[in-house]
Design a protein around this ligand. Structure first.
Ligand code: NAD
Ligand code: TDX
Length: 331
């Protein structure tokens, strides 16, 4: 199977490529990645010499057309992915997430290639802090940020290309991922690398916002389950019942570093900050038989801390610029 992975030098895409090469020896993998600030070829780690790497943008129609023509399946991870950045400058989010997805869709339509679109639970907006309600595939779209609205736009393009043009596509909307190779701008790696540097964790606002954490390996296993066995035209929600408040996560991290759980700083809140995400993944579990392997968040977190301790060469070059960026918004 010839697999074209867009965004394969980013956090989830690189983990996907590594998993695919190791677990599916028959797969021939090509990565298309623009190597923005968020992309890093070294994230392909030990499998780097077993994949074809093409540096370029998903908005480059000619380049995309040629690569899609040579693929059996396109797994589309490439995106601008950070909410805070989208509040400072939404422009690349519209270009990559909307125009880029449109460009890839037009190519899969022309060449009749199977397409899987990787998206987020943030397209559904947020849930009240109190309560048991969870997102399901029929929850109405209600995105809050420039990031989530451009992801919602990309999902709707995929749905329309399925209905109007018969494109063979599936969509997955996943909750917050954690694990190795996540950029230091994101919540968990930022706090872990701060703690390695002896700097207190930084919580936005009161820290009561809830995220539904899933290990990146489980997300990617679910993506393969959908490609292998999912029904074309369907949307699958991916989540591993990992709800935790940001405060809980910071306390757990402090404890993993042998520190007082409550030793952290409150910083400026994110404008429009979504309160709570929670996924009902029963369709994925029941229809496709997917189950997460990482069911104990604390031990997954401990392994992630260990990875950042052992891979300072990977994250250190980005750290100072990220902290300078946060300093400008008081975070
Ligand atoms: P990331 O920011 O770590 O990686 C994005 C990758 O896309 C980078 O390698 C970057 O260089 C590349 N890229 C950006 N613009 C590009 C362009 N125009 N052309 C080609 N490549 C481009 O993101 P991530 O966290 O790995 O997220 C991957 C996907 O998963 C995204 O679509 C995101 O919306 C989705 N997702 C992420 C999470 C999460 O918790 N991180 C959860 C659910 C869904
Ligand atoms: O320093 C911080 N302190 C803090 O309290 C940072 C960077 C974040 N936060 C909070 C904001 C959120 O409530 O932590 C939570 C998680 O923040 P992010 O890592 O920025 O993730 P989030 O905004 O929830 O979005 C993530 O999950 C869904 C990914 O970045 C998206 O790409 C994905 O779609």
């Amino acid at each position: 199977m010839r697999v074209l992975v867009t965004g394969g030098a980013g956090f989830i895409g690189a983990n996907f490529v590594q998993q695919t090469v190791v677990e599916r020896p028959g797969a021939v993998v090509t990565v298309l990645d623009a190597l923005t600030y968020a992309g890093d070829r070294s994230s392909l780690g030990p499998v780097a010499d077993r994949v074809r790497f093409v540096q370029g943008s998903i908005t480059d129609a000619e380049l995309v057309d040629g690569l899609v023509a040579d693929a059996d399946v396109v797994v589309h991870f490439a995106a601008e992915s950070h909410n805070d950045n989208s509040l400072v400058d939404p422009s690349p989010f519209v270009q990559t997430n909307v125009v880029g997805t449109f460009t890839v869709l037009e190519a899969v339509r022309r060449h009749g290639v199977r397409f899987h679109h990787v998206s987020t639970d943030e397209v559904y907006g947020d849930l009240p802090l109190e309560g048991e309600e969870r997102f399901t595939p029929s929850t109405p779209y209600n995105p809050s940020s420039p990031y989530s609205s451009t992801k919602a736009g990309s999902d709707l393009l995929v749905r329309a290309w399925v209905r109007s043009f018969g494109v063979e596509a599936t969509i997955s909307n996943c909750s917050n991922n954690y694990g190795p190779y996540q950029h230091v701008e994101k919540f968990i790696p930022r706090q872990v690398t701060n703690l390695i540097d002896g700097v207190r964790p930084r919580l936005y606002g009161a820290g009561l916002n809830v995220r539904d954490w899933i290990h990146v390996h489980d997300h990617n296993a679910a993506v393969w389950a959908i490609i292998d066995r999912g029904r074309v035209g369907e949307t699958y929600l991916i989540g591993a019942d990992g709800e935790a408040s940001n405060l809980d996560v910071v306390r757990a991290l402090n404890e993993l570093f042998g520190r007082d759980g409550d030793d952290f700083d409150h910083v400026a809140d994110r404008p429009g900050h979504d309160l709570r995400y929670a996924i009902d993944a029963s369709k994925l579990r029941e229809e496709l038989g997917w189950v997460p392997a990482f069911t104990d968040f604390r031990s997954g977190l401990a392994a992630t801390v260990e990875w950042y301790r052992e891979n300072e060469d990977w994250w250190r070059p980005a750290k100072a610029a990220v902290e300078a960026k946060y300093a400008r918004t008081g975070q």
